[in-house]
Design a protein around this ligand. Structure first.
Ligand SMILES: N[C@@H](CCC(=O)N[C@@H](CS)C(=O)NCC(=O)O)C(=O)O
Length: 207
């Protein structure tokens, strides 16, 4: 059976959520960061940098969350992806935009406001937060406009772009970043969050 190795992080949530949406049977193995389980020799064999997520399938190890989600779609019925190269490229471009221009900066908020406080007892760096906000102010209006005329990020069907984006927005909930100016993102977020596959995902991951 396919195994997903994760931890308490949005990158692992993306992969388990995608597996749940696709109904890919899998075992979820939660690694404890505080105990350093992600740096054990066993895990370094799965992921050369000792990070999560990683998967094990038919004796092969793979890593990088977006690639893992794409792999899961490719080994199932492609419901969240496409066999058509142009449609697949449209989904890929949205996934890349989400990871590099939204997740990248949400990640700064999460690191500064949650990780630093919880694990290192340190205060956030305001300069880093201001920089992140500046970049998010450029991209979130575009995403909001997109979602004002489509149900999902790539049109009227859920795709990998949505399953990959949702965990970033879910993690953002515990930061000070407000989405009040973005009603269509909020509508999408509430609908995505209530999907049974996401609820099953949260239930399988210790938080
Ligand atoms: N680009 C990678 C990022 C992987 C990553 O940085 N994972 C973090 C958690 S979000 C991790 O395992 N950090 C532990 C460490 O680096 O020691 C992906 O999308 O999978």
């Amino acid at each position: 059976m396919l195994k997903i190795y994760g931890g308490s992080t949005y990158n692992a949530t993306k992969v388990l959520f995608t597996a749940e949406e696709l109904e890919v049977p899998c075992e979820y193995v939660h690694l404890n960061f505080v105990k350093g389980e992600h740096k054990s020799p066993e895990h370094l064999a799965r992921h050369p940098l000792g990070k999560v997520p990683a998967i094990e399938h038919n004796g092969h190890f793979l890593f990088e969350s977006a690639s893992l989600c794409r792999y899961l779609a490719n080994i199932s019925d492609k419901r969240l992806y496409s066999a058509d190269p142009l449609r697949a490229a449209e989904i890929d471009q949205m996934v890349d935009m989400i990871c590099h221009h939204v997740g990248r900066w949400f990640g700064v908020y999460f690191y500064q406001e949650v990780v630093l406080k919880k694990y290192y007892n340190k205060q956030p760096d305001d300069k880093a937060l201001t920089e992140a906000k500046g970049f998010l102010d450029q991209v979130l209006p575009y995403i909001d406009k997109l979602l004002s005329s489509a149900e999902f990020l790539c049109g009227d069907q859920i795709t990998l772009a949505d399953t990959i984006a949702l965990p970033y927005f879910h993690a953002q909930e515990v930061t000070s970043l407000s989405l009040d100016a973005y009603p269509s993102i909020q509508r999408w977020y509430e609908e995505m969050k209530s999907r049974p596959a996401f609820q099953r995902t949260l239930a399988r991951m210790p938080h």
